[in-house]
Every structure is written in structure tokens, then in C-alpha cells.
Design a protein around this ligand. Sequence first.
Ligand SMILES: O=C(O)C1=C[C@@H](OP(=O)(O)O)[C@@H](O)[C@H](O)C1
Ligand SMILES: C=C(OP(=O)(O)O)C(=O)O
Length: 422
Amino acid sequence: MSKNALVSFKGTKNINTEIQLTGSKSECNRALIISALSKKLVKVENLSNAADTVTLNGILNNLEEELEVEIQESKTVDVGPAGTAMRFLSAYLSAKNGNFLLTGTERMKQRPIGILAEALRTIGADISYAEAEGFPPLNIVGPLNQKTAEVKIKGDISSQYISALLMIAPILPQGLVLEIEGELTSKPYVDMTLDMLAEVGIEHTWNGNSISIKPQAFKHGTLVVEPDWSAASYWYSIAALADEAEISLPALKEKSLQGDSQIKNIMKIFGIATSKTDNGIAISNLGLSLDTKEVLDLKTCPDLAQTIVVIAAALGKNMAFTGLETLKIKETDRIAALQNELAKIGVTLIEDNLVYTLNTDHLHFPDKITIATYEDHRMAMAFAPLALLINEVEIEEMQVVEKSYPYYWEDLKKAGFEVREI
Ligand SMILES: O=C(O)C1=C[C@@H](OP(=O)(O)O)[C@@H](O)[C@H](O)C1
Ligand SMILES: C=C(OP(=O)(O)O)C(=O)O
């Protein structure tokens, strides 16, 4: 039986704490695939305990054992709710010897994969849809017999398709030349992939819309995973909603491979300052929230959207946002989820021509609210900080946080929140 979390914060709303964040699941899941492709020449350090990483690590270890003996029957590989694992393994398994059924949760079966599957087919992969056309589960028979290096791929649905292809490029006999069509969404995640490949000796060229990687060998090396900036965003939220806050986040790097490190700049709008410490960063609430008329474009950092929209709503800022198109195909339809849950504090989020605007004119804080999480870790983590403004915040299905930040509730307690499982 899944449990709910009853979150509250008693007394003065001063937060003074140090939080050791877990490793970035995006970096971890790339590091694991790169390590497997390099046949363990590349080592990984500081692996996260995020469920998506634990799952991918388990799958790869398991496959390594089984791939040594030839697999005749189809092997089921279940990624659960892990989007990166689904996309990265579609490419990885296509390049491996074997016969696989790659599947996931019911929600995963609604998250499109056709663009990646078609690109892999163009290269020469044997991929078919086991259920609905364009969606997981996938039947994959590897290894692919490469027909061409050149492939066109739409960039505006998910950058994960591109990262998945880039990682297998060095082991393909002809390498890859990817021509990205349309606008590239979530670009920092493609940069992260290329930077991590570069760390282990894989060179690329990026000219206009075209990224090329020649066949080449991985260098011996270690990929050290940084703490998770997406997880850090919830501490910015806590700082913004507290009266006073001084939160230290050791080992977090201001200059990071993670695009979500942009949160430090975005949060200046809400009066939150970021400073460097000996071993990481510290964030503090300067109490100088700005009035902004600027439309905030979140296309490069979609995982920050819920954090930022909820803070803006709770602080009564009628802000506008763009770049939210991809939110509908994530763990849940995050736009609908935000609209439903913000309505509980009297706030609307209305779309007009791809611009989403908050209306906080009827903002109110009831004594208690209950937030549905829709199997989405970020719904739980973005809404729980409201306990600084609302007596009791009940978060349904509290275990959802495991996907990326399993110690979230423990860390809230450390910072002075009361969290009761009910
Ligand atoms: O490559 C990655 O690690 C990710 C890319 C982003 O997805 P999209 O490229 O689908 O926006 C992001 O939302 C996801 O949490 C992680
Ligand atoms: C969208 C996310 O993850 P994924 O696509 O990897 O499931 C996320 O962590 O917010």
C-alpha cells in the first residue's frame, strides 16, 4: 500500500541547513551506458541511488552476464518509469547481439519513441512495435547491420533520442551524422552527452544542425557524477518560501554539465542569492523578490518548470512561461497536473498560443491541502515546500520521489519540516 506524506513546518520559518544531494540521474545514466559501451574501460564514480539509475545499472549488469552466452529467446528488459533508460537502451540494445522486448510502466507505453525507433531503423536496426505504433514496448533484434551513417531526426520532441544515438555512434562501423530537424529542445542535455563522451576521448563536430561522430575507441578513464541540480531546485524553492534561509549544498558546482544549474540565475527573480563556498554552493534568501514582466523560456530546462511555476504561484506572481511543450509527454502530462493542483490554492495556469500565464488574483492558502502526484516525482517535490505557507500539505504517494531523489523526505526533516507517513 502506498503512503502519503503529511508535511508541516512549525514555528519561525527560518531554514539553516546543509544538504548533501545525490548524484544527477542524467549524468549517471549516460555514464552507465558509456561504461557499458566501452566494455568497462570507463569507470563511474558517485553513482546516484535514484531508482532510474539503480534500474539501468541492474539491467546493464544483468545483460553483461547474459550476453556472454548467446540469447535465442526474446529477453524482456523492463525500465519501469525511467525515460532515459528507455531511450538510451533502445539504441544500446540495437547495437548489441540479442533479441529483446524493451518495455516499461503503463505511462512509459504512452511516451512516444517513434522518432528514435525510425532513426534507428534508418541506420539499419531491426526494431518493431510490440503494441501501439510509435510507442514502447519495442522488439529489438541486434546487432544492427549498419546501412548508413546519415540520419535526420526531429529535435523538438525529446533530446533523449539524440543523446541515445550519439552515445552508440563511436561503436558503429560508420559512426553517425545526425541532422537535427526543427528546433532542438532541452539542448543542455545534448551538450552533457557530448561533454561526457569528450571526457573519455570521443570527439565530435557540430556544424549548424549536424552533429557527427566517427567510429573511435573509448579512452580509459573515470566519469565522476556531480550532485543533481534538478534536486537542488527544491532547496531554492524552500529558500524562496521561507522567511529566512541559508542552505549549504556541498559539492554542487556552479559551472556544471547540467543545464538545470540555470536555477541559480532564474531564482534571482525570487530574491535568492547563490554564493560559492569552499566545497560547493550556499543559497540565501535576500528578501528582495523582483516584479518581472519578462516571459520566462524554460525550453532548455524543462525539469525546473514545476519548481518555478509553483514558487511563482505561491508568491502571487502573475508570470508567463514559454518552452513548456514537452511537459505533456513526461512522467505525466505535467501541464494538466500543475493546473489541477494549483487550482487548490486558487491559481490558474492558462495557455494562449504556447504562452502559459499564471493568474494568482484568487490565491489563497487553506489550512490543509492534498496534492495528487500522478506518478511524478517532481509534482511531490515541487509542492511539498508549500508547507512553509500552509499548515498541512498532504502529498499523495510519497514514494514517487524515489525516481530521482530518494532521500527527499529525510532531507526535509533535516531542514526542520515534520513529515509523517499516513
Ligand atoms: O537526457 C536527459 O537526461 C533528460 C532530458 C530531458 O528530457 P527531454 O529531452 O525529453 O526534454 C529531461 O526532461 C529528462 O529529465 C532528462
Ligand atoms: C522527465 C524526467 O525523466 P525521464 O524523461 O528520464 O523519465 C524527469 O526526471 O523529470
